[in-house]
Write a protein that binds this ligand. Structure first.
Ligand code: X8Z
Ligand code: ZN
Length: 609
């Protein structure tokens, strides 16, 4: 079975458009030869109409599969996935005939987007799309139905994720981590075959390999985009190195030299998260005695008796406070907000747009904790984006780039400040942490945001190298751990031979969701936030700013959302922030006081790995 991405917006937000009306742009007097442009326009409009119809059908089948995994829904998904790939490959390769045509920019953009609309292409040979769909479906189902035996019962991933953040005994953490990673071992051979098929599909469409195709989605040549990523990482890497040093020392204080040697990469299972991608749950452990204790959001939610619906309603309130419309009634009727007890579902959170009109939904197995509170804001960001761009032509019904789509809800969640928690009644006024607690507030954010960056890079560095052949099936796992050590400074808790397939223990690898989007999102969300706070006239420390209730900011924000993918992304960025470049500077400024503090704390420590 597969879950997945055949749609253009494959991944964590699924969108479908019904017959999108196509915008006809007025042609200027120096317009290129009418005939090529007319032909291309007719081709694109017909392709968009076909894709819009197909997408709604595919989305409804994918929804049924993801919320009810069984033999029949796998069968349906496999079949529609195969047909969808065939159609998209046919349309993309047909668009190839306009490669050199002189087209008005608006049309050129849609032609190019059509060529790039597949995440996992297949060759046009008989049966290839079906084989690819069989493999991707199988990988998805292995992941989503994975369970381990732990302390005498079968435990699912959502519960294991919570345990990784609360259990503090290293032996038990290692057991959970090791058993979960073993569930991915059967993916290995399927993954290797999938890479062969999809790479052939990419070559048939004129790309070197699938990785190059993924990197070509950013309004610049793939090689330039790779350099952009290096540049952005360079801005934040010094921060990560301080944080790593600081956290390792905190863990060492708690667990001793034998478990946390001070000159080694950190054991991946000790970082409070199954993939060591978000260290937020380590706050009680790594907060030094000289940094003040702050409230614990998980506790606030639990004590106020929040449930999944209330968490979602609260997140919605932030968006409506900016002047955006309330979610439709059908959102509440059709979303899946808690894990059903009686069947397998894809629990990884996602936001859906089933009909490109009003049928938007979230699917998330919500747990009542700080991380899920942030995630529900994230998901609604996807839904509000989808709704804002629904009147664009089909191919433009998407984020300015995929990092924008991921950054919307996270930007909103950055506004969850102590004052905001007071405004919504979760915190009492006298519990607002004083300025002397700023370091603790920033540390908690850094454990979630800075720790994530090198993880996100590893995810796609590994795949780019798999797709371009630098990593082969014989060294899938060793290359994975080399990258984890190089970028993140972490190591596995035990020997990981090639009998395992540890990359597949992460959703986005088992489900072929490109991950660079999240790296870019973590940079962009701070740019959005800093710009929004400037628009609001905020003058205090950046991390205390909330634009809750500010309709002027909301209007400018919505103007960017409504553009969808209709313009190159720098135009969208400019519409909201005034800048045309992605820039880690906003993130650096946000965390600056913490950086100064950590540098001082790390004095005399042997940082690095
Ligand atoms: O997958 C997600 C979202 C859905 S797009 C829940 N995220 C990444 C992850 O979980 O690995 C959000 C943060 C990074
Ligand atoms: Zn997302």
């Amino acid at each position: 079975m597969l879950s997945k991405p055949l749609w253009r917006a494959a991944g964590c937000f699924l969108a479908i458009a019904a017959f999108a009306a196509c915008a006809h742009t007025a042609e200027t007097t120096d317009a290129p030869a009418a005939s090529a442009a007319d032909e291309a326009r007719a081709y694109i409009e017909s392709a968009e109409a076909e894709l819009a119809t197909r997408s709604e059908y595919e989305a409804r089948i994918a929804w049924v599969y993801q919320t009810y995994i069984n033999y029949d829904t796998e069968w349906l998904l496999q079949r529609t996935d195969a047909e969808g790939t065939e159609a998209r490959v046919r349309l993309a390769s047909g668009a190839g005939r306009f490669s050199d045509a002189d087209l008005p920019p608006e049309l050129r953009r849609r032609v190019d987007m059509l060529r790039l609309s597949l995440t996992m292409p297949a060759p046009q040979t008989e049966g290839a799309a079906a084989q690819l769909a069989e493999i991707t479906t199988r990988l998805s189902s292995i992941y989503s139905t994975g369970r381990i035996e732990y302390q005498g019962r079968q435990v699912t991933l959502d519960e294991l994720e919570t345990l990784m953040g609360t259990e503090r005994n290293p032996a038990r953490l290692e057991e959970i981590w090791t058993k979960w990673h073993a569930t991915a071992a059967p993916m290995r051979e399927h993954y290797a075959r999938m890479v062969e098929i999809a790479n052939q599909g990419a070559r048939d469409l004129g790309f070197d390999n699938v990785g190059e195709m993924w990197l070509s989605n950013y309004d610049m040549p793939a090689a330039d985009m790779e350099r952009e990523v290096e540049r952005l990482w360079g801005q934040l890497q010094p921060f990560y190195e301080e944080l790593h040093c600081f956290v390792r020392s905190g863990l060492n204080r708690q667990l001793g030299d034998a478990v946390v040697p001070l000159d080694q990469p950190i054991r991946a299972d000790l970082l409070g998260n199954m993939w060591a991608q978000d260290w937020g749950t380590l706050m009680p452990i790594v907060r030094p005695a000289n940094a003040r204790a702050i409230y614990n959001t998980t506790q606030l939610l639990t004590r106020a008796n929040y449930d999944a619906v209330r968490m979602t309603r609260t997140a919605e309130t932030f968006y409506t406070s900016l002047g955006l419309d309330a979610l439709p009634e059908t959102f509440w009727e059709r979303s899946l907000l808690t894990r059903p007890r009686d069947r397998d579902v894809v629990c990884h959170a996602s936001a859906w747009d089933l009909d490109s009109q009003e049928d938007i939904r979230v699917k998330q197995c919500i747990q009542i904790n700080a991380e899920h509170f942030q995630t529900i804001h994230h998901e609604l960001g996807h839904n509000y984006y989808q709704r804002a761009y629904r009147n664009q032509p089909y191919l433009y019904q998407n984020g300015a780039h995929d990092g924008f789509h991921e950054a919307i809800g996270d930007f909103i969640a950055l506004n969850i400040t102590p004052q905001y928690l007071v405004d919504i009644g979760l915190l009492r006024r006298n519990q607002i942490p004083p300025a002397s607690a700023d370091i603790s507030l920033l540390l908690e954010q850094a454990l979630g945001k800075i720790s994530f960056l090198p993880f996100a890079l590893v995810m796609d560095q590994w795949r780019w190298q798999v797709f371009d052949g630098r990593i082969t099936p014989e060294n899938y796992n060793s290359a994975w751990w080399e990258l984890r050590e190089r970028y993140q400074g972490i190591r596995a808790p035990n020997a990981r031979g090639e009998e395992f397939f540890d990359p597949g223990a992460k959703y986005h690898i088992a489900n072929n969701v490109p991950y660079l989007r999240y790296f870019l999102s973590y940079i962009l969300q701070f740019q959005f936030y800093e710009a929004a706070c400037q628009q609001a006239g905020w003058e205090g420390p950046l991390h205390r700013c909330t634009v809750y209730g500010n309709e002027e900011v909301g209007q400018r924000f919505n103007a960017m959302l409504e553009m969808g993918a209709s313009r190159p992304w720098p135009d969208a960025l400019e519409a909201f922030t005034g800048a045309r470049q992605m820039d880690g500077g906003a993130m650096v400024r946000y965390f600056e006081p913490l950086m100064v503090y950590m540098r001082a704390q790390n004095q005399g420590r042997n940082c690095g790995w």
